[in-house]
Design a protein around this ligand. Structure first.
Ligand code: PAZ
Length: 303
């Protein structure tokens, strides 16, 4: 089923280049004790092949980009960050609400310097980012549309397959469940003069099935389940575990996703949360999620 589906969706423009980069990253990290794939941000569903309009979702990649930083702060860990173009990215995410020019001040002799106010934060994140560049522990892979995402997810997983149980797949991206097949998509911009379009969306096949069964069968797979109705959240998380047989579903509600998540596994339901005081002191829930996940992965590897 998934094979058939892939033949219907276009490959990303830079498919070959990105694939090569991912393969080289995996070769380089063949002996690194822990390799993580973090997916992050929302996917677009184009309405035209020459895309002017698309369907999108709310995700801006806070969960993925912050988790990526916490994974990278663990010893002996390399991360592929599969992220939506223009969504938040590790280390630079701390500056997205700051006007770029407010970070800078003109210095003597035409130099440009970082303002005193922002200097400590810039220094800290620049140093952490530079370290990742130097030791090659972070590879960032961009996507925009649903089809780009699915192709690159598959390429990453297949490249990770030989790395076995030291792989963590952390699926934080908000991926569309619906799409328009290529053969039904208009070539050019939909014309309003022709009236409101009658668009028939189709279901995207659930990729967790081939991912867990074929693409990375030995990896520790953690998927996220997002709902807006508390009544159905845990039920749906358990259902996903039953169907896909992976290790963990991290259940979160749209409204409280920055304060509380539930780790749903075959033998436990564990609440992870940050209090108001912790948040005010700068603790992000992703720090706790990643710490707990690392411990679970450790026992998974030992088993
Ligand atoms: O990207 P973000 O920080 O704004 O949101 C994170 C999230 C809610 C998309 C993520 O935690 C999540 O639940 N992802 C999976 C969504 C789903 O397909 O159910």
């Amino acid at each position: 089923m998934s094979q058939e589906f892939f033949s219907e969706i276009p490959k990303p423009k830079e498919f070959e280049v990105l694939t090569k980069r991912i393969q080289q990253f995996c070769e380089k990290h063949a002996d690194t004790p822990r390799i993580v794939l973090v997916t992050s941000g929302g996917t677009t569903v184009p309405l035209e092949k020459n895309t002017v309009r698309f369907i999108d979702n709310f995700s801006i990649g806070t969960r993925g980009s912050s988790s990526c930083e916490y994974f990278l702060s663990q010893p002996c860990t390399a991360v592929v960050f599969l992220h939506r173009v223009n969504s938040l990215r590790p280390f630079t995410r701390h500056f997205t609400n700051t006007n770029f020019f407010e970070l800078l001040v003109p210095g003597d002799d035409g130099q440009i310097m970082v303002s005193q106010e922002h200097f400590p934060k810039v220094k800290k994140n620049l140093e952490r980012w530079s370290l990742c560049q130097k030791d090659g522990s972070l590879l960032e892979v961009p996507f925009t549309s649903l089809s780009d995402y699915l192709w690159m997810l598959r390429v990453c997983c297949e490249a990770f397959k030989p790395l076995g149980s030291k792989v963590i797949i952390y699926l934080a991206a908000a991926v569309s469940d619906f799409y328009i097949p290529n053969y039904e998509m208009a070539e050019h911009k939909l014309q309003s003069s022709e009236g409101a379009p009658d668009i028939q969306l189709k279901m995207v096949p659930k990729m967790l099935k081939p991912l867990v069964r074929d693409w990375v069968p030995d990896a520790f797979v953690a998927s996220f389940k997002l709902e807006t109705d508390d009544e159905i959240l845990i039920k749906k998380a358990k259902k996903a575990l039953e169907i896909y047989h992976h290790e963990l579903v991290i259940a979160n509600l749209l409204q409280t996703r920055k304060e509380r998540v539930v780790f749903v596994s075959n033998d436990a339901e564990e609440i992870i949360q940050v209090s108001q005081e912790e948040r005010e002191a700068g603790t992000e829930i992703e720090a706790k999620i990643v710490d707990r996940l690392i411990a679970l992965h450790q026992s998974f590897v030992e088993k």
